[in-house]
Design a binder for this molecule. Structure first.
Ligand SMILES: [Zn+2]
Length: 213
């Protein structure tokens, strides 16, 4: 569920005091229009009624998108100094909240901690670009009969990987050699897939690279 709060704001330009409404929780599936506003960098920007100055209101926002397996606790940037404390508090409150659900309904992924809505918006844009390239890769793999692994969204995110990983052989091994061979085939078809090209050079440089189980 998405929720909002009334907050008191003092304009940083003309010192006018006014009350504004900001979102404190955004549920991307229930309120896709809020997700679009957020991606457009316009969530929680309030305009001063006196001088029209617009400013982002730093406030905690809980962002949820179950389809993307994403729960983000977004704190104002100036709270980054308390990162360790907030991370512990986030895990505790998340695990406590999960306790009320039966085992099979509990989330199999952990929330992420982000400082600043701007940082989160950048993260989301990069994730969208990755998702686009993953979709192209999946279409190529199907067409060219290249076997591939499909990672869960939360796993791909936490590993900094793309969801679709081309591999070699029907055994679909996730080891270094198999993924490198798959990437060679994929990039031979479309060298423009820059996230995949970057992944290939990361793997080439790291002799111990592997996809954690
Ligand atoms: Zn003002």
């Amino acid at each position: 569920m998405s929720t909002f709060n009334e907050i008191d704001v003092t304009c940083e330009e003309c010192a006018e005091e006014f009350t504004g409404t900001i979102w404190t929780a955004v549920h991307a599936q229930e309120d896709p229009e809020l997700k679009d506003i957020l991606l457009g960098g316009e969530l929680n920007i309030l305009m001063c009624p006196k001088c029209s100055h617009s400013a982002y209101q730093d406030h905690f926002v809980l962002y949820q998108d179950p389809a993307a397996e994403l729960i983000a606790y977004i704190y104002p940037p100036n709270q980054a100094v308390e990162a360790d404390f907030l991370h512990k508090a986030m895990r505790t409150s998340f695990l406590d909240a999960q306790q009320v659900y039966p085992l099979k309904e509990r989330k199999e992924y952990e929330p992420i901690l982000v400082f600043g809505l701007e940082t989160f918006v950048e993260m989301m844009h990069e994730e969208e670009s990755r998702a686009e390239q993953s979709q192209i890769a999946e279409a190529i793999c199907k067409e060219q009969k290249i076997p591939y692994l499909l990672l869960r969204p939360s796993k791909a995110r936490s590993l900094g990987l793309l969801r679709v990983l081309p591999v070699q052989g029907e055994a679909r091994k996730a080891d270094r050699q198999s993924v490198l061979a798959g990437l060679e085939k994929l990039l031979a078809v479309n060298p423009e897939l820059d996230f995949y090209a970057a992944l290939r050079s990361t793997i080439q440089k790291n002799k111990n690279w592997t996809v954690p189980a």
